[in-house]
Design a protein around this ligand. Structure first.
Ligand code: AP5
Ligand code: MG
Ligand code: ZN
Length: 207
């Protein structure tokens, strides 16, 4: 059976960057509520569209994301879960539907997070992440992987970034404490280079 990895971290901590590589290395699914919601931004739900929450930096209602995760995990032989759970009620739901082999927390200071997010550029086709300073593409505005155009995410403006960070503090920090209390949380220094972060994660998973 494939490994079941939970990757926790604030907005901009590097969850997406690391998950992409982890999914390749361990041949597991990258399950990310953020990407799933972005692909279905205008889907009508009884609560409104995902877009109406995401553009403000707020959480999409639990019922919507729980169902996305349930369906994705059901089909996966091993996964790295990125962007979920984001509050204690989602964490409780996750415990009901799966066991985990590793719970990792990518720790990065808030000032660094703001710079990472406002400078992020994302490939409009394949989703690869770049950064105007920390992770430049070979040609400005063009994806190294597939040659498509890079764009800024709608929620990466400074104002929305601040809101996302405050939603994280209020709702998701308690989730991290919950796993710490259970004794399963491994903290990773997320302020190293992406390759160093990856090496630390891989070492933890294999230990
Ligand atoms: P989501 O898409 O999950 O966004 P997020 O949690 O805010 O995290 P990000 O994707 O912004 O950051 P990341 O940690 O993936 O960092 P990345 O690798 O890109 O969620 C978006 C929205 O969807 C939420 O606000 C909410 O509305 C909704 N949503 C999602 N899940 C939900 C849930 N469970 N419940 C309810 N609502 C939900 O890296 C960031 C930048 O830094 C990049 O430019 C990258 O190149 C750079 N970088 C990465 N690593 C490093 C490094 N080591 N050093 C320097 N730069 C680095
Ligand atoms: Mg991400
Ligand atoms: Zn691309």
């Amino acid at each position: 059976m494939g490994k079941r990895i939970l990757l926790l971290g604030a907005p901009g901590a590097g969850k997406g960057t690391q998950s992409k590589q982890l999914a390749e290395k361990y041949d597991i699914e990258h399950v990310t509520t953020g990407d799933a919601l972005r692909a279905n931004k205008d889907m009508e739900t009884e609560y409104g569209t995902p877009r109406s929450f995401m553009e403000k930096g707020e959480l999409v209602p639990d019922a919507v994301v729980n169902e996305i995760v349930r369906a994705a995990l059901e089909d996966a032989d091993g996964y790295v879960l990125d962007g979920y759970p984001r509050n204690l009620s989602q964490a409780e739901y996750l415990t009901e539907i799966t066991d985990l082999d590793a719970v990792l927390y990518l720790k990065v200071a808030e000032s660094e997070l703001v710079e990472r997010l406002t400078g992020r550029r994302v490939c409009s086709e394949c989703g690869t992440n770049f950064h105007v300073k920390f992770n430049q593409p070979e040609e400005e505005g063009v994806c190294d992987e597939c040659g498509s155009e890079l764009a800024q995410r709608d929620d990466d403006t400074e104002e929305t970034v601040r809101e996302r960070l405050s939603v994280f503090e209020e709702n998701t920090a308690p989730v991290i404490e919950h796993y710490r209390d259970e004794g399963v949380l491994v903290e990773i220094d997320g302020e190293q280079t992406p390759d160093e972060v990856f090496d630390d994660i891989a070492a933890t998973i294999e230990s």
